[in-house]
Ligand binder design. Sequence first.
Ligand SMILES: [Zn+2]
Length: 437
Amino acid sequence: MSSIRIIRGKIVNPYDIINNGAIVIEGDIIIAKGTFDEISERYKTDNIIGDLRSLILPGFVNTHSHAVQTLFRGAADDKELLDWLEDVILPGEATLTEEELYASCRIGYAEMILSGITTTNDMLTGNHARTGMQAAVDSGIRARVGKMLMDRNVPLQMLGKTDEIMKEANELAVEYPKGGRIQYSFTPRFIITCTDELMRLASAAAKKHGLMFHTHAAENRKEGDTVREFTGKGYIDAMDHLDGLGEHVILAHCVWTDKYEQNLLRETNTRISHNPSSNSKLASGIAPVLDYIEQDMILGLATDGSPATGGHDFFLEMRLATFLQKARHKDPKALPAEKVFELATIGGAKALNYDNIGLLEVGYKADIVVLNPTHPSAYPMYNPISYIVYTATSRDISDVFINGVHLIKNGILLQDMSRYYEIADRYAEERPFENRI
Ligand SMILES: [Zn+2]
C-alpha cells in the first residue's frame, strides 16, 4: 500500500457531494471513496493532502483547444474571424519553427492544467505535428490531439497534398492509439481549408482507428456564407454530406444552426463543443445551448485558442456559459450552476467519448483538482458548486493530478517553464508572422 495517496476534503461530483470525504488513489486510478473517517480507518498512509475545507473535484474536460496558437496571444485582438485567421493565425501557424511550436504548446498545456483542465481536445497545425504530440506527452495532460489537416486556401508553407497529409495522420494514429493518455485525433480545420475528399477520408480514418474526428463548424455568419457559396448548403448540412457527423465526431462552436441542422446533429449523436469566451471575443454570437440541452444532445465546454479568448481559463468559460444564456433568454434559471458543472466535467468526458474520466468514482482515472478556498471570496460558502461556477478562479487551485501524477502542488506547477517563456518573449518581440510568409 506504499504508493497510495489520500486526498481529503469535500468531494464535489456533478451528482453527489460528500462532506469531510476522502478519496484514495493508487497508480493512475481512484481505488476508494468515502468519508474521511471510513477511509482513514481502512487505509494507513501519511501521504494525505487537503483538509476539511478543501474541495475535491473531477478535473475539467476541455472539448476544443489550440495550444499551438499560444504564441499569437494578444497579436490578433479585436478582429473578425476570417481576418483574424488570415492576418495572424494562419501565417503564424505556417511559419512556427519546431522549437517555437513546442514552446507554444507547452505554455498552452501548462496554462490549461493551472486552470484545472486535466483533459483537452487539441488541434495542432499543419507542420511539426509529431513535435506537438510530444509536447502533449511531456506536459502531463490527458488529450486527444491531431495534426491540422488542410489541403486548400492556406499559406503555401502549410498547404498539404491530400494523400500525403492523410498518410502522416494515419501513421500518428498508429503511434497514439485508442486508450492511451495521448490519443491521436483526425482534425481537418474547417470546410473552407479542406477539400471534400480530405473531409471524407479523415472521417473514415477516425472510425477505422476507433478515434475521433474533430473540426470547426458553424462558428460565424460570414464563414457560414462562404461555406454556402462553396457547397450550396448550410454548414451542418454540408458536414452531413461530407460524412462529417456521427458519434465519432465533435464539432467546435455550432453557434449558427437552425432546427433542421439541430435535428441532424441530434439524430447522428454528433458531439458539440461550446466555446463561450471565443464566441464572445470574436463576436461570433451566442450558441443555442439551451436548444441543445433540451434535445439531450452531448455537449461540453471549451477554451479554444489563446488569441481567440485571451487564455485558457476554465472558470471563465463556466461563468460565461451561464451568464450568456441568462442574458440571452432573460431567464435567471437558464443554465444553472449544477448544469454548467456537469458540462465542465462528465458532459465534456461524454462529448470526447471517454468512459473513465469526468467523475470521482472508484475505477475512474485519477484526474483530480483540489481547491483550497481561502480567498475572501470563499466566505461564506453555502453551496460548493455555486462557488466553483460563479466565484472561484484558478488562484483557488492547490493541487492537480492527471493520470495519478501530481502536476500542481500547493498551487505551483512542478515543471520548469523558463525556456519556453524566453522563446515566447523573443517571438513577441520579432513578430515573425508579419514577415516570414
Ligand atoms: Zn478553434
